[in-house]
Ligand binder design. Structure first.
Ligand code: PAF
Length: 283
């Protein structure tokens, strides 16, 4: 596995693979890798000739300075894991390498990027589009792999890829969970043992809501999820929205769409740690 930190080195590798007509898979990450990332890398290794994993904590997508400062960084362990998974190259640039000057590009794909995370984290998706577009242009992948935990991110990246006509296929991959049901996230390492006990209630409640939804309206189901979770000491729902899986716009009835997803953000514990998850009601 080759580890590169500069665009020039990356370019050389990509040129060489391209000249041999190799199919390139890209797994963009911010490091602190876990089994969820591993599933993306395994899939890319299986489906492509050459897999590049980027490890870069992208400052422009953090709207909270403390979140950026506290974001877990475990580069050596990340490289060990990626080597064991058969990744071919790791691109781990510095902030200066990626942003030699401030990136002033604006990306806007309303209404997909204005709801939920877009509304709660102003500038977040603009930063995601800045880094992902740079990665797509540098790595020139045939396929890129993203985890469905960040459901809205996939929709925004798809919109950007289409708008910029980038020749890359976005491949979403299922959420990987702890045995407890908690969706794997790099942020889980920031949870205390007590918080790790209560956080699984998020997915437990989402699953219960699938049954509840069979005899209740969308509004009642939203209220069921929020009330159940807020009643648990240490959890506070920021939003729970039930949306059309393609447009990400709220649905008001189960008949509104044949693709319906519930997206949640919950603050857990005293720090607090912001956790996201989602569940599909209809597909
Ligand atoms: O999902 C993430 O880890 C990040 O948003 C991504 C796609 C690597 C861009 O920094």
């Amino acid at each position: 596995m080759i580890v590169v930190t500069t665009n020039a080195e990356l370019n050389k590798i990509v040129d060489s693979q391209r000249s041999q007509n190799k199919i390139i898979g890209l797994v963009p990450t911010m490091g602190a890798l876990h089994a969820g990332h591993a599933s993306l890398v395994e899939r890319s290794v299986r489906e492509n000739d050459f897999t590049v994993v980027s490890v870069f904590v992208n400052p422009t997508q953090f709207n909270d300075k403390n979140d950026l400062k506290n974001y877990p960084r475990t580069f050596d362990a990340d490289c060990d894991l990626l080597r064991s998974l058969g990744a071919d190259a790791v691109y781990a640039p510095s902030v200066e390498e990626v942003y030699p000057e401030p990136d002033t590009r604006q990306f806007s794909y309303p209404p997909i990027d204005t709801v939920m995370e877009g509304a709660k984290r102003p500038g977040h998706f603009n930063g995601v589009c800045q880094i992902v577009s740079k990665l797509f242009m540098m790595v020139r992948p045939d396929r890129a792999y993203f985890g469905e935990k960040d459901f809205q991110q996939i929709a925004v990246v798809r919109a950007m890829t289409e708008a910029l006509k980038l020749p890359v296929e976005i491949r979403p991959c299922p959420i990987v969970r702890e045995d407890s049901g908690l969706a794997l996230s790099s942020r889980n390492t920031l949870l205390t043992p007590d918080e790790l006990q209560i956080a699984p209630n998020i997915y437990k409640t989402l699953r219960e809501s699938l049954v509840y939804a069979q005899n209740n309206t969308v509004a009642e189901t939203i209220s069921f999820v929020i009330t159940t979770l807020n009643a648990i000491d240490g959890l506070e729902v920021e939003y729970y929205e039930i949306v059309d899986g393609r447009t990400l716009q709220p649905v008001s009835s189960w008949e509104d769409s044949n693709d319906i997803v519930g997206c949640i953000t919950v603050y857990c514990g005293h720090t607090p740690i912001r956790l996201i998850d989602n569940i599909r009601y209809k597909e």
